[in-house]
Design a protein around this ligand. Structure first.
Ligand code: ATP
Ligand code: MG
Length: 870
């Protein structure tokens, strides 16, 4: 059976059981600060399990893109080494939200596997939760009894809390689960060890394929469990593993999900899969990772330096590294796999087709830049090797290479072993642990349980219409972190505060009690559909009615920037073309930032055109036309542009200003005239094919021109109020360039003179021509003198010092012959003497320099130099 058919059979089976088929949610979810990526089918539905929102339908089925590369579920390091864990995989699921429970979930799973897919019952095993003393839970006999109706009892095994109790995180909905395992070994193998002894033992042919989770508890912050008001079913079946079983192969990578990609890798890298273990691992890593990276980029998550973007960058770099090391690919090639990926999976995931070009560009550029890092790292590593005495390279140095330059440690280890050198792994680990501890301490957060004051799960957002309103606090909790200290999170019955979202920052403002007590609200965010207000302290009487007031000024400026963002988007698509897609946006009171796909620089003429386009619409006084709570399909019909981040069941809001119409939950001006004016302040590339425009509106534009004007007047005054300041400035620049040339020539002459003087000052120390002296020369002058003297002697040791702009510079020159015979090393000398001038440096064994902030130390350093010869 083809993988396409396997997927659609799953969905239509559950459709026949009255489930609604919904598309996969994006892997990068909005509104969930606790999760970077969707790591299980249930993540997009969390708000239903938590009771924060009502599902549109009580039965749902889907195939959800999941990524397990960070946090609680992290399979990254396994991927490539085994044949059944991926970074990105599809999880097939059926869902019951307070509807059917264990009986149906078990019966249907069995029917699908054995009757629809025709899997032989004799290769299946199931597990049930054995109970846990720690939680005071008994064995899940309910599930056991249902299973008994379908499968022989000796095939029902007990499972412990680790495998058979599913938890979303440290807190929240959870429950016992039943896993279904397959044993696809040969009869011969089975005769040797029975399958039941290999369940949950990491055997590559005895693997879990499906997990049926029975959500019935809520885990509280203190670790205790309470019953959920409603019981739910959450199931997840690994699509690629199911394909392996149904296609009769022994590895996920031998299914038609992966073989086309693997064939392409073989062709491009001139290798063969299945002949050599290391090559095979590399090929699997690359085949897997290109999927994860391509899907993420299609979902709007570009590789970057922090957060989710950094995780994606790391995945791609892991693939490059394996290609570089084991397939000997020193130039970009992973981007060339996007073609086959999008042609094979583009039907099920159209975003791969529409965004193909962008995905290729981004991957290619990332590959290029990491390959440059690798090149640089190799040079640095060689230097470290040169400076190493003995056969072990310091762990500290290897860590620096890894930490500062991003050079992978396993590559370091490999290169060293090829040179018959050892790596001090213990030292490396020590540094790594130190660093981990530092970042852990910095990011440690402890979240308390909610204290519920009013049991009211419905919360209303009134911020589109009101900036202030009377509210009651329904619940609050304390969150402590090293970084931000203690904070409180408050939830109200209704709120005018806009929570961060859609690029726009959250509202700030305050709460005021009837007695006049004021508590400031420092930020507002949304988590699993609940609006949370952040404060530094709690009001003294929590049960009162408060006046909740949003800062009008900040709100208006944000609104102005948000509407301008829409107009900018429209301008870009009109002027640059329809290929422009929004890739990110930030809307703050003091400005806006807009990232979009476009493959060349936006010219200065185009920038002016774009500004004019937006300003024309501001002058046109276009009124806001807003529709709230309309189904997504309807909005799309009206021509609204769908952005990433929307998921099934979302009702949306459309925002229209003239011809600009977008899906948007943000805050906007009532009329474009309120924006006053729009000004672009910068344009540039942030990644291959992605540009960023930063712009300002409203009062910020006025300030911008005032500041510019002031700077211009000051400049003119400095130019003696020249009539044509630009010309005057050019004149100064030319004059400056001439002077520079003259000075250089003079310094060269001076260096020659100095050389003569210095020669007379050389003394002989233990047969070496020695001089340590401070000179009045710049860095290149010193170098010239040193090398010229060096040409005349082959036993010279110089330590020359100078002060440039208040900073000390030490330069050490040692004749190459001395380096060879005495083991002297200029790099080492300046590093050691650098301590006197509070600085450091390095270079080559025969010439090295060190800079430092303490010129007073020069004298000491010069004195100490002589010791190298005694
Ligand atoms: P395993 O123990 O094999 O890692 P798991 O217990 O982590 O599996 P669940 O969290 O229960 O798995 O996920 C449900 C299903 O998703 C599993 O039964 C399996 O088929 C599939 N699955 C889980 N992790 C991966 C992965 N990294 N790659 C591919 N499929 C996976
Ligand atoms: Mg796992």
């Amino acid at each position: 059976m083809k993988s396409q058919d396997i997927r659609s059979k799953f969905l239509s089976f559950f459709e026949s059981k009255n489930h609604n088929i919904v598309p996969s949610a994006p892997m990068v979810l909005k509104d969930d600060p606790t999760l970077m990526f969707v790591n299980a089918g249930m993540a997009p539905f969390k708000e239903y399990f938590l009771g924060n929102a009502e599902p549109k339908s009580k039965r749902i089925t889907d195939s959800q893109k999941c990524l397990r590369v960070s946090g609680k579920h992290n399979d990254l390091e396994e991927v490539g080494y085994d044949t059944y864990h991926h970074t990105l995989f599809e999880m097939l699921g059926n869902w019951s939200f307070g509807d059917y429970f264990k009986k149906e979930a078990i019966a249907w799973a069995w029917e699908l596997l054995t009757e629809v897919y025709g899997i032989d019952k004799d290769i299946l095993y199931v597990t049930v939760f054995e109970g846990s003393d720690e939680d005071g839970l008994a064995k899940d006999t309910e599930a056991y009894d249902y299973w008994k109706e379908h499968i022989a009892e000796e095939r029902i095994l007990n499972g412990n809390k680790k495998d058979n109790f599913w938890e979303m995180g440290d807190q929240g909905p959870c429950g016992p689960c039943s896993e279904i395992h397959v044993d696809i070994r040969s009869e011969e193998e089975k005769a040797k060890i029975p399958g039941k002894d290999l369940i949950n033992k990491d055997h590559p042919q005895v693997v879990e394929i499906w997990n049926l989770v029975f959500m019935q508890y809520n885990r509280k912050a203190n670790g205790s469990l309470e019953n959920l008001p409603e019981k739910h079913i959450d199931t997840g079946m690994g699509f690629e593993r199911l394909c392996m079983v149904l296609q009769g192969v022994q590895s996920n990578y031998d299914t038609d999900v992966f073989t086309p990609i693997i064939r392409e890798i073989e062709t491009i890298t001139n290798t063969v899969y299945g002949k050599n273990d290391k090559v095979d691992v590399a090929i699997r890593v690359i085949a897997d990772h290109v999927r994860a990276v391509a899907f993420s980029i299609a979902d709007g998550q570009l590789p970057s330096n922090n957060g989710a973007g950094y995780v994606i960058r790391r995945i791609l770099r892991r693939a490059v590294r394996y290609g570089f090391t084991f397939l000997n690919k020193k130039e970009p090639f992973i981007y060339r796999l996007v073609e086959v990926l999008s042609s094979k999976m583009g039907t099920a995931f159209p975003e791969l087709k529409t965004q193909k070009q962008l995905i290729e560009n981004v991957i290619k550029e990332e590959e290029q830049s990491f390959l440059r890092t690798l090149d640089q790292g190799l040079v640095l590593l060689n230097r470290i090797v040169e400076e190493t005495k003995g056969d072990t390279v310091s762990g500290e140095k290897a860590f620096e290479l890894y930490d500062t330059y991003g050079f992978p440690i396993d590559l370091t280890a490999l290169i060293l072993s090829e040179k018959d050198l050892k790596l001090d792994e213990e030292g490396f680990d020590k540094e790594l642990q130190k660093q981990k501890k530092r970042s852990r301490v910095a990011s440690e957060v402890s979240t308390g349980d909610w204290t519920v004051l009013i049991d009211d799960s419905v919360q209303e957002f009134v911020g589109y219409d009101y900036l202030e309103t009377n509210v009651k606090i329904t619940r609050y909790r304390k969150v402590s972190s090293k970084k931000e200290g203690d904070m409180y999170q408050l939830v109200f019955n209704l709120t005018p505060f806009y929570p961060e979202g859609g690029g726009q920052v959250g509202d700030k403002g305050y709460l005021e009690s009837a007695q006049g007590e004021v508590v400031y609200i420092l930020d507002t965010k949304k988590e699993n559909n609940v609006i949370i207000h952040f404060t530094k302290e709690l009001p003294s009487h929590l049960n009162e009615t408060f006046r909740a007031v949003v800062s009008n000024e900040l709100r208006e400026l944000s609104a102005s920037n948000h509407t301008a963002t829409h107009l900018l988007h429209q301008a870009l698509r009109t002027i640059l073309g329809d290929h422009v897609e929004q890739k990110g946006s930030l809307v703050k009171p003091d400005g806006l930032r807009f990232d979009f796909s476009h493959f060349s620089k936006v010219t200065p003429e185009q920038l002016i055109e774009i500004e004019d386009f937006v300003n024309a619409r501001i002058e046109g006084k276009l009124p806001l036309v807003e529709h709230r709570n309309i189904p997504m399909e309807k909005a799309l019909e009206e021509g609204a542009m769908a952005l990433f981040g929307e998921k099934y069941g979302d009702t949306v809001r459309t925002i229209r200003f003239g011809q600009s119409i977008e899906l948007c939950g943000g805050i906007h001006v009532k009329n474009t005239a309120d924006i006053w004016h729009f000004k672009i302040v910068s344009e540039g590339a942030i990644a291959a094919g992605i540009r960023r425009i930063e712009a300002i509106t409203n009062r910020a534009v006025k300030d911008f021109y005032l500041d510019n004007n002031k700077a211009y007047s000051e400049m003119k005054a400095l130019l003696n109020n020249a009539k044509e300041p630009v010309k005057a400035l050019q004149g100064l620049q030319n004059e400056n360039a001439d002077l520079k040339k003259q000075i250089e020539a003079l310094l060269k002459d001076k260096a020659k003179d100095i050389k003569g003087t210095l020669k007379n000052e050389l003394t002989t120390v233990n047969g070496v021509q020695f001089l340590a002296k401070q000179l009045d020369l710049d860095a290149s002058g010193i170098k010239d003198v040193a090398f010229e003297l060096g040409n005349e002697f082959d036993n010279l040791f110089l330590l020359l010092a100078t002060v440039i702009n208040g900073k000390a510079l030490l330069s050490c020159y040692i004749s190459k012959a001395l380096v060879a015979s005495n083991g002297l090393n200029a790099g080492q000398v300046v590093r050691e003497l650098g301590k006197y001038i509070q600085g450091g440096g390095g270079g080559q064994p025969f010439f090295a320099t060190a800079g430092g902030k303490n010129p007073e130390g020069i004298e000491e350093a010069l004195k100490a130099a002589r010791e190298y010869l005694t």
